[in-house]
Design a protein. Structure first.
Length: 194
């Protein structure tokens, strides 16, 4: 693809030591099964003005799966049309950005609770927001003043505000609910707790 859009300078990221070192002619290719691929790669490498390899450890190569998925979703047309895609890196991992204290004292599920209770939409909500809230609320259940979310296995998860979530996390991590365990089991225990 890089050749088709006439790229001259190419930076290649790879998690394969074998590929990088053989292409740079630092290692000799002896396996007869790999030789045709190796010669094809060398032929392609010679078509670029400059070619630089950077090795990424396999565990850190987070884009490989994403790019493979994206490339399988692209419909290849007769004409070559490539829209540039932007990848934005976050400064913090996603799990660090999940919970933020809201400036008001209302819980995150306040609009859902109000809709379930009196079928009222938030003030200033447009048709899209109203439709979204209507669909979203179908996954929740109100029992008195407590809101529960229905799970796919017909379980109910109690909706809690930020303070109660912090309290539950501290309790579970401190071992009140039993000894520490692997992350995914701990997450399930937190969800069962509330």
């Amino acid at each position: 693809m890089a050749l088709e859009i006439e790229i001259k300078d190419l930076l290649v990221f790879s998690d394969s030591d074998l590929l990088v070192h053989q292409t740079l002619k630092e290692w000799i290719t002896r396996d007869s099964k790999i030789l045709p691929y190796h010669y094809n790669l060398l032929d392609l490498a010679n078509k670029f003005k400059s070619l630089e390899f950077r090795r990424i450890p396999r565990a850190q190569n987070v884009f490989a799966g994403v790019l493979a998925t994206l490339s399988s979703m692209i419909q290849h047309l007769d004409e070559l049309v490539i829209e540039p895609s932007q990848i934005q890196l976050q400064e913090k991992p996603a799990h660090c950005l999940v919970m933020k204290k809201s400036s008001d004292s209302r819980p995150w599920y306040n609009d859902i609770k109000k809709f379930l209770k009196i079928r009222s939409y938030p003030p200033g909500a447009n048709m899209t927001a109203k439709s979204f809230l209507h669909k979203l609320s179908s996954k929740f259940f109100l029992n008195g003043e407590v809101v529960y979310k229905r799970t796919s296995d017909l379980g109910l998860l109690k909706c809690v505000d930020e303070d109660e979530a912090d309290y539950l996390m501290k309790e579970v991590h401190s071992g009140v609910c039993g000894s520490q365990m692997k992350g995914h089991l701990l997450a399930k225990k937190i969800m069962r707790t509330g």
